[in-house]
Design a protein around this ligand. Structure first.
Ligand code: GTP
Ligand code: MG
Length: 426
């Protein structure tokens, strides 16, 4: 039987029209996923819409409105098998009206390509997307300096954009020395699959080769057990069975656990009796597994959606106050101190109050300390107080338990991560 390759999710992000969809489409053509016949059809359709040159982008832009306007609106996905990985490519929109979709894409990504046109250089969404990637915890990025054909494949033009992008990514917390920069032409197909003879001055990888340079996404089995509870059932003859997806660590029968915050807010202890998946009993379960667990010492009232089943010897905290780094997506008006929207953290939903806006970086890259309010596109550091019991960890300790979405009146207002816990309850 063929050995399956590890899966990696790679997003393409960057300013509108810098060539994300075109680069992906052309790479798919060179790799044989898009046939000449299909490409000819797309070319014809692009011509019909007055969008000559968008044929490769049309491969990813599948909706009528996207094709007519020549912009990506929603995320689209494509599979690619490389030497090392089974890749899911996530094509994100660059247009500022669809940042919300880009953030969703970033939240699904293990790694990302930031696409910057060699002709236009750094633009507003170049900066914004860098900050959003960082905020959403995508630490492994590469930069494609695209449209090299428009600057005659010159090394000088590449170096200029490379140095401008380095400043931006450094500002957001990346280390430019550790980030690969790759020149290419998505439209002409240069340096996509094979190295380009037009840029013999470049000694680095092609776009295809870069996929294999991305770090292997880890199954976080070495972190302590955390299973956020989706629901808890009372099953006759068995007892209380909480169900959920294991985020980190390993679950085994006989293991001592604690349910936090639990009904009491300080945790309820128990022991894993059995673990079930698809009606079969398991000897152990790992991250990504959706399981039901029967727990000795636990009653129906002790556990509910939003609780986390944790390793009893390595407990997370129930937080009283924390500092989050957040990206504002679409606020309902401006956001100021006192604002109390609902934070969605793993399976928990807890109203949290903004106690302090520590600093913010606007989409233009300027930073302000202690601003009065936050607007769409801002990335900010805020001090927040949960109005209920909430288990949360910092990005450094357990990234899988640190992310949250902020929602208000049925829409996502912001997304972020916990970077510091300043006060704990238990
Ligand atoms: P959004 O998804 O809407 O943000 O745009 P995008 O980044 O996906 O750009 P897209 O691939 O739709 O390309 C936009 C335009 O740039 C099209 O006209 C492409 O033909 C052109 N383009 C893309 N890559 C290149 C390139 O390498 N060279 C040249 N000359 N044009 C390119
Ligand atoms: Mg696109």
């Amino acid at each position: 039987m063929a050995k399956t390759k590890p899966i990696i999710n790679v997003a393409f992000v960057g300013h509108v029209d810098h060539g994300k969809s075109t680069t992906i489409g052309h790479l798919m053509f060179l790799c044989g996923n898009l046939t000449q016949q299909k490409l000819d059809k797309l070319k014809e359709e692009a011509k019909k819409h007055g969008k000559i040159g968008f044929e490769f982008a049309y491969y990813m832009d599948r909706f009528k409105e996207e094709r007519e306007r020549g912009v990506t609106i929603d995320l689209s996905y494509e599979k690619l098998i490389t030497q090392k990985y089974e890749v899911t490519i996530i094509d994100a929109p660059g247009h500022k009206d669809f940042v919300k979709n880009m953030i969703t894409g970033a939240s699904q990504a293990d790694s990302a390509f930031l696409v910057v046109s060699a002709k236009e250089g750094v633009q507003p969404q170049t900066k914004e997307h860098v900050w959003l990637l960082k905020t959403m915890g995508v630490n492994d990025i590469a930069v494609l300096i695209n449209k090299m054909d428009t600057v005659e494949y010159k090394e000088d033009a590449y170096n200029k954009v490379k140095s401008d992008v380095s400043v931006i990514i450094k500002g957001a917390g990346y280390k430019p020395d550790e980030v690969k920069f790759i020149p290419c032409s998505g439209f002409k197909g240069e340096n996509l699959k094979e190295k380009s003879s037009k840029m013999s001055w470049f000694k680095g990888p092609s776009v295809l080769e870069q996929f294999d340079n991305f770090k292997m996404p880890e199954k976080p089995t070495n972190l302590p057990l955390r299973m956020p509870v989706q629901d808890a059932y009372e099953i006759k003859g068995i007892g209380t069975v909480p169900v959920g997806k294991i985020e980190t660590g390993i679950m085994k029968p006989g293991q001592k656990i604690v349910v936090l915050p639990g009904r009491t807010g300080v945790g309820v202890e128990g022991e894993i009796k059995t673990i079930e998946m698809h009606h079969e009993s398991l000897p152990s379960a790992e991250p990504g597994d959706n399981v039901g667990a029967n727990i000795r010492g636990l009653g129906k009232k002790d556990i509910a959606r939003g609780d986390v089943i944790c390793d009893a010897n390595n407990r997370p905290k129930v937080v009283e106050e924390f500092i989050g780094q957040i990206a504002i997506i679409s606020p309902l008006g401006v956001i100021a101190v006192g604002y109390t929207p609902v934070f969605h953290v793993h399976t928990a939903q807890v109203p949290c109050k903004f106690e302090e806006i520590i600093s913010k970086t606007s989409p233009d890259g300027s930073t302000v300390e202690k601003p009065d309010f936050l607007k769409s596109g801002d990335v900010a550091k805020v001090r927040v107080k949960p109005m209920g019991n909430l288990v949360l960890e910092t990005q450094a300790v357990n990234p899988h338990m640190s992310r949250f979405a902020i929602r208000d009146a049925g829409q996502t207002v912001a997304a972020g991560v916990c970077i510091e816990i300043t006060k704990v309850k238990a």
